[in-house]
Design a binder for this molecule. Structure first.
Ligand code: FO1
Length: 314
């Protein structure tokens, strides 16, 4: 494994982002990598502050993520949820018994006045994660999906309604504006490369770019910016990206993901099955790397992370 002389800032949503973040964490030291995570999906459930994407990245790096779903903790049970349901609570959001401890601890620390960044660092350290996992902001910035059945908070859209209602628009609501978290701010100043993990460009990366000043700072970023497509062969590896693209009138393809990043990205990584689309992406002004981007095993994650770093640093 070559050692890299670089500082990387990775932008990640949930499951897909966490996979590449793990690959990067296996190659780069904690000093060399900051993973900035979408918090537009955060929600209060049963009185507890849940940060699904932060937890997915944290559990993945800690080696305890549920391998089937990609989110939640492996070997989970749902006794608490059953009891809550018996009390008449509508338990459509599945908080497992082990996962629950994370949300109780987070909520408690937030109520004591700690920031989400501080709380996340404490939780990650307790789980043995040494690489920096930071929320995009310590402020509130919520993803709202305007659909044919009305405006839905992200988890309402994604989990309760299983992404079924036709979406018209995606909006981000802040309570007086959202600034980058201190870790994000530092990484934007110190990083040599920015990696867009293969996360949904509309639901996971767009909220990160919505944080005050971030889009402009990434536009002006002097190092290389490299993105990995979450769309392979016209399908999203996971989640509703392809469905949303079709609803927004764009062809669900790696080319249209690249279009979202014009001016914000120099290098674009697509899967072997999309090799025929490389010219279309080059025409957008990005260099293209074609390779396997499907990350089933830890070896796949490390291999892709290595290729992404080699491509960015060549
Ligand atoms: N996704 C589901 O589809 N159903 C659930 O009940 C659910 C519960 C859940 C609990 C904690 C957590 O961290 C994530 C959870 N997710 C669930 C996943 C989550 O909604 C999405 O992965 C992200 O918000 C999108 O990246």
């Amino acid at each position: 494994m070559p050692s890299y002389d670089t500082n990387a800032l990775a932008l990640a949503g949930g499951v897909g982002g966490a996979k590449l973040a793990l690959g990067l964490a296996k190659i780069l030291t904690p000093e060399q990598l900051t993973v900035v995570v979408n918090t537009g999906d955060d929600e209060v459930f049963y009185g507890l502050h849940v940060s699904p994407d932060l937890d997915t990245v944290m559990y993945t790096l800690a080696g305890i993520a549920n391998p089937e779903s990609g989110w939640g903790i492996t070997g989970e049970t749902f006794n608490m949820l059953e009891r809550l349901s018996a009390y008449g609570e509508d338990t459509w959001f599945g908080l497992g018994d082990k996962d629950l401890a994370t949300h109780i601890r987070r909520t408690d620390l937030l109520r004591n006045g700690e920031t989400l960044s501080e709380v996340t660092a404490k939780l990650a350290t307790a789980l043995g994660v040494n690489h920096g996992i930071v929320p995009m902001t310590d402020d509130s910035l919520k993803t709202v999906v305007d659909t044919e059945i009305g405006s839905l908070a992200f988890q309402d859209y994604f989990v309760k309604h299983r992404s079924e209602p036709k979406a018209n628009a995606i909006r981000f609501e802040t309570d007086g504006g959202a600034s980058p978290s201190p870790g994000f701010d530092n990484a934007l100043n110190d990083a040599d490369i920015i990696v867009y993990c293969p996360s949904n460009p509309y639901l996971s990366v767009a909220p990160i770019l919505e944080v005050a000043g971030v889009r402009e700072r990434i536009k002006l970023f002097s190092g290389r910016r490299v993105a990995v497509s979450p769309i392979v062969g016209g399908e999203a590896i996971k989640g509703p990206a392809a469905k949303l693209m079709a609803e927004f009138g764009v062809e669900p393809s790696c080319v249209d993901v690249a279009k979202q990043y014009v001016g914000l990205c120099d290098l674009f990584v697509i899967d072997d099955v999309d090799a025929g689309r490389a010219n279309d992406i080059e025409a957008l002004g990005m260099d293209v790397l074609v390779c396997n981007t499907i990350m089933n095993s830890d070896e796949d994650k490390t291999e892709l992370a290595g290729k992404v770093l080699d491509f960015a640093l060549r």
